[in-house]
Design a protein around this ligand. Structure first.
Ligand code: LLP
Length: 432
């Protein structure tokens, strides 16, 4: 199986974190997201330990909470001592409600409103990751009003194309995010940040993409950022204390995806960063990484119940489930691959080829195409879609007024509800 927390019982049932997923579906209802707490913790520790070993005590991983944002995740990540990356007042509010230490929180977004900025400052946000000049003026003005000096990082675009899906490619010069080094805007924004009195410039940030497997991408972006830092030291006598290299490590959605040794990769990036710092005469900055997907993706899966099965002779077969693009829009958006299995027929041959589709009134409501399931698949069977822990819950919608799914957290043989299923009443709560 694609992750070691997935096993198969002797009766051919899929076990996740050692528990029979179909029984959990019967207990908590369908459809359903499951999360494996130990796997989240293990992923957090991989980053935490590798970063401390490789870069020293000042290094810190920040969980990019856009990957999955609900209170229990923040509690778990907090107890694993990670910081977090947030992108909205909603994420800040959720983290705060979970008791997260907001001084270890980095606030992203290419377009923070004055209300966002005021809300973040009032709640004691640790850092703004400032995207552009306008934001610097706004943060400086609002920080002055509140009588504080706000710590910031500047988001720069190093101009790297990661060759992953275009829609999640963010480090190129023409990106909507950050200020480009190549165009001189990065230097201009640095000078401005150093000048504005209510800002404390702590360093620089970049994020070059998501679902990245080659370490080369991280080496290249680190080198470009360090060269820029050396230039700022020389020209403006500014020595950055922090360097945030963003997120992006890839995960295995299917058997054909490569495996990445994150700890080994972090050590390699550290070697590269240390050598480069020495060559440039820079002190080693406190390094941040912002993993999202690789913290939660393989700690989650989605369960559905099979409904209509449609065979169109000479064309194709459809297996419909009781969820769809409302709980997992990633195939519709990015043609994203997933592994789909029949949770109680894991030992059967898979010779029924079909598209697994949802129940929304839209042809593009597809979970996955070219899926092979057992030919005995029938209404009422349980399907599991693996590795859905990242960007599924957080990207879910109420399209077609379909209530969002609950989340059940598994730990050491126990299961607990951590997000309730939305009700029909929840759907009309704000309607007047
Ligand atoms: N830091 C920044 C500034 C980011 O923009 C992102 C992701 C991350 C960290 C975390 O990257 P990760 O480690 O998760 O790859 N909705 C898309 C993914 C969008 C990612 C956006 N930024 C998807 O479903 O694939």
């Amino acid at each position: 199986m694609i992750c070691k927390n997935l096993t198969i019982s002797t009766e051919g049932h899929l076990l996740f974190a050692g528990q029979d997923v179909a029984s959990l579906l019967r207990e908590y209802g369908s459809p359903l997201y499951l999360f494996d707490e130990d796997r989240i913790r293990e992923n957090c520790r991989t980053y935490y330990n590798a970063m401390k070993e490789a870069f020293g005590e000042k290094a810190l991983p920040l969980y990019a909470s856009k990957a999955a944002s609900f209170k229990e995740i923040y509690r778990i990540v907090n107890s694993e001592q990670l910081g977090i990356d947030v992108v909205s007042c909603g994420e800040i509010y959720t983290a705060k409600a979970a008791g997260f230490d907001l001084s270890k929180t980095y606030f992203h977004s290419n377009n923070k409103t004055d209300e966002d900025i005021a809300f973040a400052i009032e709640n004691g946000i640790g850092y703004f990751v400032a995207d552009n000049e306008e934001e610097l003026y706004a943060v400086d003005r609002i920080a002055a009003e509140k009588g504080i000096c706000q710590k910031i990082l500047l988001r720069l675009t190093p101009g790297i194309d990661t060759h992953t899906y275009e829609a999640i490619n963010t480090g190129k010069v023409d990106s909507k995010f950050g200020s480009a080094i190549e165009t001189g805007q990065a230097e201009a924004i640095t000078k401005l940040a150093l000048k504005l009195p209510h800002l404390q410039l702590m360093g620089f940030h970049c994020h070059v993409g998501s679902q990245v497997f080659d370490s080369d991408t991280f080496f290249r972006s680190a080198e470009i950022m360090l060269n820029f830092m050396a230039e700022m030291a020389k020209k403006h006598h500014y020595i950055a204390e922090e360097l945030d290299l963003g997120g992006g490590y890839g995960v295995r959605y299917t058997e054909s995806d490569p495996t990445i040794d994150i700890a080994a990769n972090i050590h390699q990036v550290a070697d590269c960063v240390k050598t480069k710092c020495a060559a440039l005469g820079l002190p080693l900055p406190a390094i941040r990484l912002e993993p999202g997907r690789s913290i939660v993706a393989d700690a989650g899966l989605t369960l559905y119940t099979v409904g209509t099965i449609k065979q169109i002779p000479g064309y194709k077969n459809y297996v419909s489930v009781d969820g769809g693009m409302t709980d997992n829009p990633r195939f519709a958006l990015y043609n994203a691959p997933y592994t789909v299995v029949a949770a109680e027929k894991m030992n059967e041959e898979t010779d029924f080829h079909c598209s697994v589709v949802g129940r929304c009134c839209e042809s593009g409501d597809i979970i996955q195409e070219n899926v092979a399931l057992p030919s005995t698949i029938k209404r009422g069977d349980v399907l599991a879609v693996l590795t859905t822990g990242a960007y599924n819950f957080s990207m879910a919608s109420n399209y077609n007024r379909i209530p969002r799914l609950p989340v059940v957290m598994l730990k050491e043989g126990t299961a607990r509800l951590v997000v309730k299923r939305e009700t029909l009443d929840d759907l009309i709560r704000n309607d007047i």
